[in-house]
Design a protein around this ligand. Structure first.
Ligand code: ADA
Length: 565
């Protein structure tokens, strides 16, 4: 499955397959490394991560992937990478053409192909934990930092003037009026002549002035149908010239927040769902389509209409499928409990801004994405961190004013920045990381803790902002049962999630919930793992192989509006 956008006129080669592979070592100096000297005795799949493979399990170091590609001589080419980690440098015929320090981000590199038709493409990957090189990922994050090429790689041969992306923004849900923003690159004319066709219908000719490489027009989508979670109608728009054509898919829909509610096309939606990591014991983040699809089937079966894609930009195929299935998504850039010292670091600050901007640009046309987020559980209680938060809000809002913006806070009453949000989101673990360790029944902490926070919001004047419980959960080891219904047993987790899911369903002050989390996932392999049996974050309602735990049926009943006994 190739995610949107599609390009039907230019030469596009999907480079997925088997590449040559060489693991260079654990202490390679990246300033002096010469990829031309690599000796390729092995092969590896792309997409794929070497550190889940039986030959390199858990290995950290530097590796290089290589393959041959063909292009027309002296052509302008673009390499589109769906996402990789943790850090990469790209070489074309032995020369560096770009670096990527944004794990999971979709990135592009444009360059000249040079002489001849056959070329060597090499991607140097480094998955060592180094704050300087990869400021967005640190060892203490509670999810595994994989090494490899996570998603598809495409090579495009570009015409003289190429159509890069088209952004479609709904302006009026009554008439189907949308704005179309076409981004061009290469030899850009002062006036751009193109054809536009919705849903592969007859096209219409336009000739418009270009401003800063963009053409903007407003048009009505003929015979449009609104996108909603209940009826996920989609449209396509194709923009074409003599030598290039792009097709983007979009939905006509409007997202708003008012009086504590989140609305799609003016209709209140209660968001019921899960946080989900793109992680699997065998594939890491290089998810087969079948896995993504089955995860979504499970979520649908659970009664979910919402997924929070934690804690990084999501696979575009996942978002395409959510568009089709009517699952609303919160997508966020990467962060995990970052400190004021991180925000004070120029590299980190800059990488946050770049990844957040790319997040919005790459996923702009997905109607399923209704919320943008960033800095999961960052330090939002210290005044010196305000600049990082306000900059990210500004970054998103200057790219997109059609969605809601939030961040998942774990600072509760101490949080200083809720006022900046469209939606207030709280990660909280009463009854798990319990405050009162003397309590005989920690489950009793859950409802009062949530009630208290809602009272705090009201007192603070935040009553009109929708409230999402962005994380809440408890660990359970798959197959471990206990009549005491204690911590780590499937029984405890089922009781716990039952309380949370029912609370969210019944309480009108809760606009949404994303339970922590959908499926068990690999985490730390250091002593941070104490409290993470098997080095897995086992708060999944399904285990790491997607086997349902007891909580599955309990949540399913609650989300389907049925009362648990
Ligand atoms: C946090 C964090 C999650 C996970 C969770 C947990 O809320 O956002 O990524 O680490 O805690 O399992 O404790």
């Amino acid at each position: 499955m190739q995610a949107y956008p599609h390009f039907s006129k230019r030469k596009v080669e999907i480079l997925d397959g088997v590449w040559d592979f060489c693991f260079l070592g654990e202490s390679v100096n990246l300033d002096t490394v010469d990829v031309r000297k690599a000796v390729y005795k092995e092969i590896m799949p792309v997409p794929g991560v070497f550190d889940v493979s039986p030959d390199y399990p858990g290995k950290r170091g530097t590796a290089v992937y290589r393959r041959k590609v063909m292009t027309d001589p002296e052509s302008r080419v673009k390499l589109r990478l769906g996402g990789l980690g943790l850090w990469a440098r790209i070489y074309w015929d032995g020369n560096a053409v770009g670096t990527d320090d944004l794990p999971y981000s979709g990135v592009e590199f444009e360059f000249q192909s040079g002489k001849g038709a056959e070329h060597e493409l090499a991607i140097l990957i480094d998955n060592r934990l180094d704050f300087k090189r990869t400021p967005l990922f640190s060892q203490y994050y509670d999810f595994y930092g994989f090494g490899g090429i996570y998603r598809s790689v495409e090579l495009h041969q570009l015409p003289k003037c190429s159509i890069e992306r088209v952004r479609v923004t709904t302006l009026d849900i009554k008439t189907g009026l949308v704005s179309i923003d076409i981004a061009l690159s290469g030899k850009i004319p002062a006036k751009f002549a193109f054809n536009l066709a919705f849903d592969a219908r007859k096209d219409e000719g336009f000739c418009e002035s270009v401003k800063d490489g963009h053409v903007r027009i407003e048009v009505k989508v003929p015979k449009f149908k609104l996108w909603s979670p209940e009826k996920p109608n989609l449209h396509t728009v194709s923009i074409s010239t003599m030598d290039d054509e792009i097709t983007e898919r979009f939905g006509v829909r409007q997202v708003t927040a008012a009086k504590g509610q989140i609305k799609v096309n003016g209709r209140p939606q209660k968001l019921l769902g899960y946080c989900r990591h793109e992680s699997h014991m065998e594939f890491g983040p290089a998810q087969p389509l079948q896995l993504i699809f089955e995860d979504l089937q499970n979520l649908k079966d659970l009664g979910c209409n919402f997924v929070r894609g934690t804690h990084y930009p999501q696979d575009q195929r996942f978002l395409d499928l959510c568009d089709q299935l009517g699952i609303m998504v919160w997508e966020e850039s990467m962060g995990w409990n970052n400190y004021p010292e991180h925000y004070a670091d120029r590299n980190f600050f800059d990488a946050q801004v770049r990844q957040t901007q790319l997040l919005v640009r790459n996923s702009y046309n997905h109607p399923c994405v209704i919320i943008w987020g960033f800095l999961n559980e960052g330090n939002s209680e210290t005044e010196s961190c305000r600049k990082m938060y306000s900059t990210l809000f500004k970054t998103i809002r200057s790219e997109d004013s059609s969605r809601l913006v939030t961040y998942a806070s774990n600072r509760a009453e101490r949080d200083l920045f809720f006022e900046m949000c469209d939606v207030v989101s709280l990660n909280t673990y009463p009854g798990w990381y319990a405050k009162d360790k003397e309590k005989a029944r920690p489950l009793d902490e859950i409802e009062p803790c949530l009630d208290n926070f809602i009272r705090h919001m009201d007192k603070r004047g935040l009553k009109d902002k929708p409230f999402i419980i962005s994380e809440i959960g408890a660990g359970a080891i798959y197959g471990w049962h206990d009549r005491y219904r204690v911590h780590w047993s499937e029984e405890y987790q089922a009781d716990f999630l039952g309380i949370c899911a029912n609370y969210a369903v019944k309480n009108p002050r809760v606009a949404g919930i994303s339970l922590w989390h959908f499926a068990d996932a690999r985490t730390y392999t250091s002593s941070y793992a104490l409290g993470r049996p098997r080095t897995i974050n086992d708060k999944g309602t399904l285990d790491e192989f997607r086997r349902p735990k007891m909580a599955y049926d309990v949540v399913k009943k609650a989300f389907h509006g049925k009362k648990n006994k």
